[in-house]
Design a protein around this ligand. Structure first.
Ligand code: SAH
Ligand code: SF4
Ligand code: F3S
Length: 462
C-alpha cells in the first residue's frame, strides 16, 4: 500500500450555491495544509459536492463515486467525501450504498469540514446531516476566479414548490447579517475583485429572519436595503444577485437597481410555467399576469434590461394547451436566456406521487420545442447588441481561441474579443459588438477607452 500525498480534489455539481460551498470547503482544506490536485487519482482526499435537483444530476454522482470506491480497495488511506444535496437527501443510506465512504455531509455543514475530517482521521465514519445554525465563515474561500466572486447572503428556502427538493436538502432560511456581508465584500474589493454576485435560493426572502421592523411595519433588512448598504464598497464595480422569486419581487427593488450604478441590469426570475393552473399546482404563489407586470415594470425603469429565467416542462398533468401557454409567455417576453428542464419526480416532494405523471416521450418532445423557441428568442435579443459599444468585464482567456479573451456585458452576455489576458484580466473594457450568436457575442476593443480606463485605474490607485 502506498501513502497518499496531502492533496485534494473537489468535483462540484449543481447550482451557484454549491459552487460557493465548494470554494469555502477548498479554503478549509488549504488551511489544513492540503494542496489542489488536478488529477483526482493523485489526490488523498476526494470530495463530491452533489446536486439532487433532478434524477440525472443524482445518478451522475453514483457513477463517479463507483470508480473512486474501487480505488479505495487498493489505497486504504484515500478519504472519500460526499457533500451537498444528495448527501443531505440520502444521509446514512449513502453509506449502505457505498460503504467505502468516510464522510457524508449536508450543505449546512460545509463550514464544519475541518472538524468533520478530524473525526474521520480519528478512525470514524461520519454522517453530518442534522439541521444546524450555519456558522459564519472562519476560513477564506479558495475562489476559482480572481475577478468575480459569489457571496452568500441567505441560505435555505422556506417555499414549498411541489416539485422541488431544495427546502428538504438546504433547510430553512438563514440570512447573514448586513455587516458580515459588507465585511466580506470589502475584503474582496481589497483583493482586487471587481464583481460580486449575491446568492440565495430565494434572494427576495433576505432579511425576513433577521430582527428589526421599520415604522411602516416592513422588515428592516431587505435585499433592497442590502444593495444600498454595500453599494459603495471600494474596488467593486459590479453587483449582481440571484435567484429572484416573482412572488416577492418588489418595485422598490427595481427602483434601487435603476438608481444604483453598480447594480447590473440583469434579472434572473424563474417563471417555471406560463399557465396559471400549473403555477397553482406548483404552489408558486403568482400568476402569469403578475409575472408579466414585473417584467413590464423592470423595462419601464430599465428598457434594455436582460431577463433570464428557469422553466419546467411536463409537470404532472400538464396538458398540451397548458404547455403552449409556456411557449406563449417565452415568445411574448423575449428572454435573453431560459434554463429549461423536463420535470423529474424527486423523493419527498408532493408532485412526485401524483398520478398524472407524463411519459418521457411527451416531456422530451416539449423540452425540444421549448428549447428551439428559447434559442430563436435569445438570438433576437443578442442581435440588439450589434454595432453597440458595451462595457465588458474581462474574466478569462477564451479556451477555444487563445488570441481572445472572454468577459460579460452588464446584461450578462458572454462576449469574446481579441486581446491578451495578462493585460486585460479584471479590467472593464469598452467593446464594439461585431457578431452575435444566441447566447454570446463577439466584438473588438475600442482602443481610446482602453487607454482611458487604464488611466482611470491608475488614478484610483494613487
Ligand atoms: N430557487 C429557484 C430555483 C432553484 S432550483 C426558484 O425558485 O426558481 C433551479 C431550477 O431547477 C428551478 O428553477 C427549476 O426550473 C428546476 N427544477 C427544480 N426542481 C425540478 C424538478 N423536480 N424537475 C425539473 N426541474 C426542476
Ligand atoms: Fe425550490 Fe421553490 Fe425554494 Fe426555488 S423557491 S428553491 S423552486 S422550493
Ligand atoms: Fe442542486 Fe442543491 Fe443547488 S439540489 S440546484 S445543488 S441547492
Amino acid at each position: 500500500m502506498t501513502t497518499l500525498p496531502r492533496r485534494y480534489h473537489i468535483i462540484t455539481f449543481g447550482c451557484q450555491m454549491n459552487k460557493a460551498d465548494s470554494e469555502r470547503m477548498a479554503g478549509i482544506l488549504e488551511d489544513m495544509g492540503f494542496e489542489w490536485s488536478e488529477d483526482p487519482n493523485q489526490a488523498g482526499v476526494i470530495l463530491y459536492n452533489t446536486c439532487s435537483i433532478r434524477d440525472n444530476a443524482e445518478q451522475k454522482v453514483y457513477s463517479y463515486l463507483g470508480r473512486q470506491a474501487k480505488r479505495k480497495h487498493e489505497q486504504l488511506d484515500l478519504t472519500l467525501i460526499v457533500a451537498g444535496c444528495v448527501a443531505q437527501q440520502e444521509g446514512e443510506a449513502l453509506l449502505r450504498r457505498v460503504p467505502e465512504l468516510d464522510l457524508v455531509m449536508g450543505p449546512q455543514h460545509a463550514n464544519r469540514l475541518k472538524d468533520l475530517l478530524q473525526q474521520v482521521f480519528d478512525g470514524n465514519q461520519v454522517v453530518a446531516t442534522e439541521q444546524v445554525h450555519i456558522m459564519e465563515d472562519i476560513t477564506k474561500p479558495q475562489r476559482d476566479s480572481t475577478v468575480t466572486a459569489w457571496v452568500n447572503v441567505i441560505y435555505g428556502c422556506n417555499e414549498r414548490c411541489t416539485y422541488c427538493v431544495v427546502p428538504n436538502v438546504r433547510g430553512i432560511e438563514q440570512s447573514r447579517t448586513p455587516s458580515v456581508i459588507r465585511t466580506e465584500i470589502e475584503e474582496l474589493g481589497r483583493q482586487g475583485y471587481k464583481e460580486v454576485t449575491l446568492l440565495g435560493q430565494n434572494i427576495d426572502a433576505y432579511g425576513r429572519d433577521l430582527p428589526g421592523v421599520t415604522p411602516e411595519g416592513r422588515h428592516q433588512h431587505t435585499l433592497t436595503d442590502l444593495l444600498y448598504y454595500i453599494h459603495d464598497v471600494p474596488g467593486i464595480e459590479r453587483i449582481r444577485f440571484a435567484t429572484s422569486h416573482p412572488r416577492y419581487f418588489t418595485e422598490r427593488l427595481i427602483k434601487a437597481c435603476a438608481e444604483l450604478p453598480k447594480v447590473c441590469e440583469h434579472f434572473h426570475i424563474p417563471f417555471q410555467s406560463g399557465d396559471n393552473e400549473v403555477l397553482k399546482r406548483m404552489a408558486r404563489g403568482y400568476t402569469k399576469e403578475k409575472y408579466r407586470r414585473i417584467i413590464n415594470t423592470i423595462r419601464e425603469y430599465m428598457p434594455d434590461a436582460s431577463i433570464s429565467a428557469d422553466a419546467i416542462v411536463g409537470f404532472p398533468g400538464e396538458t398540451e394547451e397548458q404547455f403552449e401557454n409556456t411557449l406563449q409567455l417565452v415568445s411574448d417576453i423575449g428572454f435573453d436566456l431560459v434554463n429549461t428542464a423536463a420535470y423529474s419526480p424527486r423523493p419527498g416532494t408532493p408532485a412526485a406521487v401524483w398520478e398524472e405523471q407524463l411519459s418521457e416521450e411527451i416531456k422530451s418532445d416539449r423540452l425540444q420545442r421549448l428549447n428551439h423557441l428559447v434559442s430563436i428568442k435569445a438570438s433576437e435579443r443578442s442581435q440588439r447588441y450589434m454595432g453597440r459599444i458595451e462595457e465588458v468585464l474581462v474574466e478569462v482567456q477564451n479556451s477555444k481561441d487563445k488570441t481572445q479573451v472572454m468577459g460579460r456585458t452588464r446584461g450578462n452576455r458572454l462576449t469574446f474579443f481579441a486581446g491578451d489576458i495578462n493585460e486585460l484580466k479584471g479590467k472593464l473594457i469598452k467593446v464594439k459588438i461585431t457578431d452575435f450568436r444566441a447566447f454570446s457575442l463577439t466584438g473588438e476593443a475600442v482602443e481610446p477607452s482602453v487607454v482611458l480606463l487604464n488611466d482611470q485605474h491608475l488614478t484610483t490607485q494613487l
